[in-house]
Design a protein. Sequence first.
Length: 736
Amino acid sequence: MKKSIIVSIVITVFWLLTCNMSVAAIKSLKISSNNRFLVTADGNPVFLNGDTAWHIAWKLNRPDVAYYITTRQSQKFNAFGMVAFPDETPIANQYGDQPFQIVAGKYDPLQPIITPGNNPNNSTEYDYWDNVEYIIDQAYEKGLYVILLPAWGNTVVGSYGGALNSEILLDTTNGYLYANWLAGRFRYKTNIVWMLGGDRSAVNGSHDSRPVFRAIAEGLADGISGVTNHDGNADYSKLLMSYHPRKWAPNSSEWFQNDSWLSFNSIQDQPSDEINSVNHDYGLTPVKPTWLFEGRYEGFNGFSDWQTRFQAYQTVFAGAFGNTYGNMSIWGLDSDWKDNLNDPGALDLQYLSTLMTSWNNDEYLNRIPDQSILNGDTGGMSSESTSSYILATRTSDGKKTLVYSANGRDISVKMYLLAGPAMNAQWFNPRSGAWSSAGSAIPSGTGAPIHTFDPAGSASDGNDWVLVLDSGGGNVPPPEPVPPYTDDINNLGLLHCDSVITNTWADGSPDCFITPDDNSSGRTACSPIMNSSNDYWHIARDDSTMPGFETNSPYTGDYLHFDGGDAIIITNGWRDADNMYLDLAFRLDGLPSMSDNYMGVLMIDPIKVYVQNVGSSQGKILTIVYKTAIDGQFLSSTKILNLGEWYHLTLSVSNNNEILTVGSESGGFQTDTKSLTGMKSAEMDYVVIGNSFWVPSRTFQGDMDEIRWGNVVPEPYCLSFIIYCLLFTNHLRKYL
């Protein structure tokens, strides 16, 4: 009884803390006192790591909205852009609702369709704007800002080239009134950042659309203030606004730099132009923050994860306060949008967020771009798809410096321009978020020599690195929660590889042993089966004796090596697939070919765990839980895996829910979940680790250690993990 009470209290406190955290994490934004960054109302800096979901208001239903936002939150995005309604052409949302009355085949922006009530289960109550509010509220609950465009640019300007056409809906009069109504509707939402424009130039030859955009800006400000008075005056202090320009054209600063409503500048450019655009905005007066609001999309003409990274890092290191990611399948929420939520470029940007939030408040707010500290060739771009740039950003006092090398070229730093007397150096990996030493006590300050830093690997596409120099010894963020290991008796089996293990197995079979190597020399481990060229271990289940367990991080002890043909077979290994628990450490030596892009890491029917090749010598975990013998439910981890690095995997299935956590202490952990329905319940009599047998090419290449499995997630594991999360949550609160 006491245990139940304690667990209930812990869960309740955990729920209260996390609820409080979500509220605390999403405060209204304002411009920093030095006019370079965005900060919360209480002055804490915010690095905007945005995504692009223009069509979310009409393309997604409520469950899909929640899925999109939850996924992006788990990937450390904290903002996304969306448009309030679908241009000039009437398109109903997923519930058949239109935003406005339709007159002569076009929307009338002065006649929004509003119904009493907002019950989503009652179609007569739940209208289009209730669903927009749901999106904003879901984002708020998950700590994301919504960058809301009242309308796309064609409804003001016309065609992409600026020609007047029938797409225009808004003028100075109805533009003001619509914006006034819209902002009044959402005036108490603290997670909205307003964005005018919409991929259009404000001036096209003799056609000047600035008066309309200024009227919309005034309408928004008056709506927030609760007044309707189109007189050319408004209080713009209560909201943030910017302007979304088109590419290959002037950016927002060209037309609105001196307008009081423009809180910060926004850029849309291709990678080769973005640095110049940031530099241009950074040097203007009055001083205003600037950022990349739309760049090249991942998946467009082969635009890769590396290109997504260097686009973002180069923009930020040139002086931008944030970055916006885009994906060809997600900006318009195409039919395959879910398949692309975990594209490598999107996942990589969580590490940019990790890096930028590793600065303390004073460091972040005093960050400046400074290329003068670099010695020698700082590179450039010969095309949109490749970069050799080296860019630096540092604190104004020179005590901390970050330098990005887009392709891993050596970084030569004029240490005499930095604070003295010495710096500690670290490498930050933009592909994994891992930190490693680059040297200590490196002379700096007056009289110090130039120092050259050589990142790992050769200078080549995709091998980007960040050098971190810190006179205070470095400010590596605290580790994320690590799923704890357990030797609880509820484990059905455990393969502990730091020593030879001998047990008497529950089914009465002879003693078996597991050696710490791959057994490829031909030694016998119980009854080798399957073929003569490679050895296979055939082991029966033992739930009576738990060998000792030690944590090695990194895993320096012995481990099992799989050379592509090895496997472990455990008979009577699973009893009930409705409840299961798996925990192991692994390191990849190789990946399968892209033509057969799965590799069997662990094989449990009806549950399978694979490593999937995602390109660029990287992989990720994919699981399949079967509802029937041929109908499976997939869960793909958002954690990208690099060759040669140790990772920890924990998978549990209980009460029709799957929880998959993958990561490392140095590179952070990612947790993904899936609700399972109609899952197949079966008593299984085997587990195969390292090889599929049925598809010979799907073999594991690498090392494994500390493999354990069970029918249920042991209660001590659950309780300790919740307590760990409580402690970690409490630790994080002081940074929010």
